[in-house]
Design a protein around this ligand. Sequence first.
Ligand code: BGC
Length: 456
Amino acid sequence: MRKGLFFPNDFKWGVSTAAYQIEGAWNEDGKSESIWDVYCRKEGAILDGSNGNVACDHYHRFKEDIDLMASMNIKSYRLSISWCRIIPTGIGEINKKGLKFYDDVINYCLSKNIEPMITLYHWDLPQILEEMGGVCADEFPQWFKEYALVVINYFKDRVKYFATINQPFSIYRAYSEDKRAPARGIPKLGMIATSNLLYAHGLIVKKVKEEKMDIDIGIVINLVYIIPLTNNEKDVKAARMREAITNEMFYMPILKGCFPKEVVDYADSLGIDKKYFHSNDRMKIMSCPVDFLGVNYYQRGLTTFDPENKMLFLPITKADAGEFTETGREIYPDGLQYVLEIIDKISPGMPIYITENGADIRKNLLLDDERINYISKHLLVLNTACKKGINVKGYYIWTLIDNFEWENGYTSKYGMVAINKNLERIPKKSAFWYSEVIKSNGELILDKGGKWEIPV
Ligand code: BGC
């Protein structure tokens, strides 16, 4: 136990989930297919051949899950909404049963004093829209605006925090590479998707501001602490390129109103229409001021030069030194401080939520001390950031329950709660620990691998 920590009194201690990863009920109450429903059927796409058809069955067991959160003293719950439930045809008619589900979830959270934060889009695009070009379609920003406004207008009397998109970088990858839905595998499409996502995000921010809605609107980006593997000039350049594509391509337009030069040059080298990366009108929309920034932080990204890759960088997932999680992410808590400082320097005082942080810990399923250590180390760094005056307002662990972890299926274990074949929830040690951390407003964070035992 470590004394003398300082977290603001209204600090939001939370957990994050995403619709496709937990809900199941893939074809119930009018929900249409998402790109993930379709992608999971592809031979070899998912490590264990699974899908999100049932997932954690949260659709039918949300009360139990919210009760669990309440028992863990969770103050805020970040959930995502499935577009396919709200507007099954992607655009057009609203499905009342879809809205009703989230209505029930949100009302139940509120009845337990848990504040919801809504993510409007966490990767589960209606398949029907993908068939019309998906995120790369010229119409995408309008489609997204229409859907987002249905959700915002419906819930704005009860929900204050809305994030437009989760990790646009991952969506960029899903269009430029051939892994993760829709796995289009065309670099040019990845860049077009990026521009469209940022533009769609901006259109909504603009609308919320014009209408003076009483909500806080932001976006969730993932930031990786990127450094070159060696000081050799080629590695340094490779790391610079990775920084531009992974991090700056998203926060620079939103916070600074421009793209980094490397990104524009890369788009030009692919022969992309100038409107995507050169238009001032579009940039004006992309940079509409947000009320907060959500940051997902998981890892450091060691990087080396790779002549085979068009972008000339290669992420290193296993190096000789360093500690890695089961999914090959390098554990590097100090990187969190570094990325927060960058954001705070560009937008001093910007309210920041750590909207995701967590680890895939598979051994000792229920006695998950490694997770407790991972989270502790990050919280200590976060506390330093708070003390230095960075405006961090909340921290959300990824995630509540072991769930469908995209291409890893159910093999990854990011949850503080395990789930068995009968879908029974079994809290792990970390769940008990986190509830005590919250109760003590952070005082119970462990220092340097200290041990904590569940009180009897
Ligand atoms: C995503 C989650 C995912 C988590 C763990 C984040 O990048 O937003 O959906 O499950 O990482 O890999």
